[in-house]
Design a protein around this ligand. Structure first.
Ligand SMILES: Nc1nc2c(ncn2[C@@H]2O[C@H](COP(=O)(O)OP(=O)(O)OP(=O)(O)O)[C@@H](O)[C@H]2O)c(=O)[nH]1
Length: 199
């Protein structure tokens, strides 16, 4: 019985950050191990990938929001109900780094103070054009109390690690709730679907 409940675990992840920082490329590298054929997200897009957590399948539903200002209202409307965020800036673009604080405000306002967030400084393959030092990224993440990775979607650096860390954090937080709910559900009338909606 527990297995049938666990097979339905879904986590909603949201990619956010300024336009052109590489959010779509990061998702595509993670889900398809390649760069996308078309870019510039119009509105919203999503992909899925199932990972194993303690041998339990966890389906990641990854929402790729558009960073362009004209899509801002639409993008943040997808924040509600998310379990985790990947907040991306571009190490070759200091304003994308400075704007992370604005994105963080949106995240906290729409998804709550306790939601899991991982900070990525993407395009670390472009060392010659770097505008944001690794230390600044680390310091910001430390202030927020969140994990930080410098990544390259192009060179496939740290992409897997970033998603793995976020998935683990979400799973660790939620599994205790699920196990508790499982006991209650088993004691009642085996309504496994009601457990999933609690996520
Ligand atoms: N060198 C390098 N270029 C990258 C990397 N990731 C993305 N890019 C390039 O950055 C540009 C923007 O990438 P996207 O993935 O479309 O950026 P985005 O954040 O999804 O942009 P919006 O959809 O407008 O929000 C493209 O030209 C990519 O090829 C990377 O890791 N290294």
């Amino acid at each position: 019985m527990a297995g049938s409940i666990y097979n339905n675990l879904v986590a909603k992840l949201v990619m956010t950050g300024d336009s052109n920082v590489g959010k779509t490329c990061v998702v595509s590298r993670y889900t398809d191990d390649r760069l996308p054929t078309y870019l510039s997200t119009v509105g919203i897009d999503f992909k899925t990938k199932t990972v194993l957590m303690d041998e339990t399948p966890l389906k990641l539903q990854i929402w790729d929001t558009a960073g362009q200002e004209r899509f801002h209202t639409l993008s943040v409307s997808y924040f509600r109900g998310a379990h985790g965020f990947i907040l991306v800036y571009d190490i070759t673009n200091s304003s994308s780094f400075e704007n992370t604080s604005l994105w963080m405000k949106d995240i906290k306002m729409k998804a709550g103070e306790e939601v899991e967030v991982v900070l990525l400084g993407n395009k670390c393959d472009r060392e010659d054009e770097r505008e944001v030092s690794k230390e600044r990224g680390e310091k910001l993440a430390w202030e927020y109390g969140i994990p930080f990775f410098e990544t390259s979607a192009r060179e496939n650096i740290n992409i897997e690690n970033a998603f793995h860390m976020l998935s683990e954090a979400i799973y660790a937080k939620r599994s205790s709730v699920l196990i508790h709910q499982n006991v209650v559900i088993l004691g009642e009338s085996k309504k496994s679907s009601s457990c999933v909606s609690c996520w």
